[in-house]
Ligand binder design. Structure first.
Ligand SMILES: Cc1ncc(CN)c(N)n1
Length: 245
């Protein structure tokens, strides 16, 4: 039978400390992209899912549900990266995108499997399919990677890297009293993930130099859509979103 129990209304908590804007080369495409993404980044950092991670009040079942949805998401995201890598003109860009597709599967998804196993969930037999938001977000990434210009696809995957590195840094500064949440935070807060993001930003700036204003604007819209989905992903996890029928 359909479970229609409403998710608990989150209490208002202190927002994470405001994060400084990232330093990007003057006039670079990533500098322009940041101007597009910054308002959504601020909304993500203020989201009760993340403030609940920071103060440890996030319900464990919500975090587990997030990990299950994220495992579905990461499968689509890794495929979008691999697909984009195959379409990139420069072999150096193919290598970057293929490496991060592999890193998603061999790093992030392995950590998710460990965090899920700690609460008795088998990541090879996930207890729920993709939620509406997970489905919509991965469909957006795969469509951009398969059907858009390569710059559209790269812009679409950028917020997945950039906003998580920002959230990781802000959460690491706050620290979480809950060890399982802290382990998740650590994976996005470290220097290794920061280096991955820098590599992707360098790729973005390389691609940006060859684009017309109209091509940039088109790709920036794809990045903004992904950033909005990042906020919605945390929100869907908090609401324990399910298909209504
Ligand atoms: C929804 C989402 N966006 C981004 C990330 C970081 N790769 C993630 N794990 N999940």
């Amino acid at each position: 039978m359909l479970d229609v129990t409403p998710a608990a209304t989150p209490r208002a908590r202190a927002p994470l400390p405001p994060a400084a804007a990232p330093a990007r080369p003057l006039g670079s495409w990533s500098e322009r992209l940041w101007a597009v993404l910054a308002p959504v980044d601020a909304a993500v950092l203020a989201h009760p899912f993340l403030t609940g991670v920071a103060d440890g009040t996030l319900a464990p079942a919500v975090f587990t549900g997030y990990l299950v949805q994220d495992a579905h998401y990461l499968a689509g995201y890794a495929r979008a990266l691999a697909l984009l890598g195959s379409r990139a003109e420069a072999l150096a860009d193919t290598a970057v995108l293929a490496r991060h597709a592999a890193g998603t599967v061999e790093g992030e998804l392995v950590l998710h499997a460990e965090l899920l196993a700690a609460v008795g969930v088998d990541a090879t037999a996930l207890p729920a399919g993709p939620s509406p938001t997970t489905h919509a977000y991965t469909a957006h990434l795969l469509a951009a990677a398969a059907l858009g210009a390569v710059a559209d696809g790269v812009a679409a995957v950028l917020p997945c890297f950039w906003l998580y590195a920002r959230a990781g840094a802000a959460l690491a500064a706050a620290g979480s009293p809950e060890p399982r949440y802290q382990r998740w935070v650590d994976s996005y807060a470290g220097e290794a993930f920061a280096a991955v993001v820098e590599e992707v930003l360098a790729l973005v700036d390389r691609l940006g130099t060859g684009l017309t204003a109209a091509q940039r604007a088109h790709a920036e819209a794809a990045a903004l859509t992904s950033a909005r989905y990042e906020w919605m992903f945390f929100d869907a996890a908090l609401r324990q979103e399910r298909w209504p029928v």
